[in-house]
Design a protein around this ligand. Sequence first.
Ligand code: ATP
Length: 504
Amino acid sequence: MANQEEFFKKVVAHAKEYGFIFPSSEIYDGLAAVYDYGQLGVELKNNIKQYWWKAMVQMHDNIVGLDSAIFMHPRIWKASGHVDAFNDPLIDNRDSKKRYRADVLIEDHIAKIEDKIKKEVDKAHKRFGEAFDREQFVSTNARVVEYQKQIDDIRNRYAECMNANDLAGLKQMILDLEIVCPVSGTRNWTDVRQFNLMFATKMGSVIDDSDTLYLRPETAQGIFVNFLNVQKSGRMKVPFGIAQIGKAFRNEIVARQFIFRMREFEQMEMQFFVRPGTELEWFKYWKDERLKWHLSMGMPAEKYRYHDHEKLAHYANAATDIEFEFPFGFKELEGIHSRTNFDLGRHSEFSGKKLQYFDSELNESYTPYVVETSIGVDRTVLAVFSHALHDETLEDGSTRTVLSLPAKLAPYKVAVLPLVKKDGMPEMAHDIVERLRPQMMVQYDEKDAIGRRYRRQDAIGTPLCITVDSDSTNDNSVTVRHRDTMQQERVSIDNLQGYISANI
Ligand code: ATP
């Protein structure tokens, strides 16, 4: 755990030092759980958004994009259920005066038991070596079975409390599980209360209740209220999807995990409209597709897992999370929800407009069902960034810090470095930069010794460094160095573009 904490601190420090992520309003001592993306962070974030947009919109005939306003009619949040039910259960510790989400305290308790299982499995794995059968061990080892039973019992009891909105029951669980405040170490808890997460603001100059607006806590509602506009103007046929990337705002109770839980963040959401009765098939389809998308970025499968929900939101008939192993353990990265016809139905009811689709094949009108995929941009940045960052000890005993970002996401694809600042090398290097610039992000760097410049590019994740040396002006070739292997190859300038495309 201490190691994990150390590593997480390193992630935060590295992100700041190299211009990826800064605390918001830092010169005014910051604003809790709000962050700014720096010159490299914005590139990484844009690359992730583009990669998602391409996969979801560009690669599908039947998915189109949307960019709806953040301000929306206040009745939308009544209709969606957010005014009445977008709450988190909060609890305070009287000694430390710290506030927690009751569900997070319980999840963290479960994570500790999961840790114990992992330790048993690792121990057995070492003992049995190659012959180790994980499945069999987990289902038969008495200790592991007992731990798993504890987890299942907690989850069931938690689901029962949440489904019945039993806040006293939730508190009793925290007491029974002997959960202590991580700061004070005591069990001196207040009662559990519900807390609405939406930010309210006022529009116009008349101060009365009717002009209270909410900053959207999700982008999805902008899609639902435009369902008919898009369907009719785009002549869309069910099944079809509408995708949107945009800011969302939540007044999170506990926000101390860097960009994992922010009060202002960005979502990439896609609502897929389907025939009633087919939604669970589509749910399964998108569950598979979305995991494939994560892996296609070049991330390893063992970092991901599904977590099916025991407690379903008021609108859902099936839901799962794709969890990622962040530096602080497995946590939700993306949600996939079968939202039934709840949203369109409610907006029909509240707006008085019929939000239906005429299915010419069935010759009938219906309110489509919806399967949603919803992923946080910032959590994806954190997943990719923290997975990429590592230290390496080299053969000569020195160390280097490398950010092994997937090449397609790296802020700069290439750095061009003249070996020294003379003999025509800078001019030639500038010439290469100008040639590559229209196709990709390129950085020119001539400051410091070449070794230090390589390290700098390693630390910001640039996959390739191109070095112009004294031979280059004669043989019209350059040395290309690969970030991860540190191998170098001589490449003719005429073939450079092709070489780069094949390697990023
Ligand atoms: P959590 O349980 O972690 O609060 P959630 O279940 O409320 O998340 P959803 O409402 O399903 O999250 O939102 C979809 C996605 O939006 C999440 O999977 C996550 O990636 C992202 N997200 C939600 N809240 C935040 C936040 N406060 N900061 C950053 N990203 C967030």
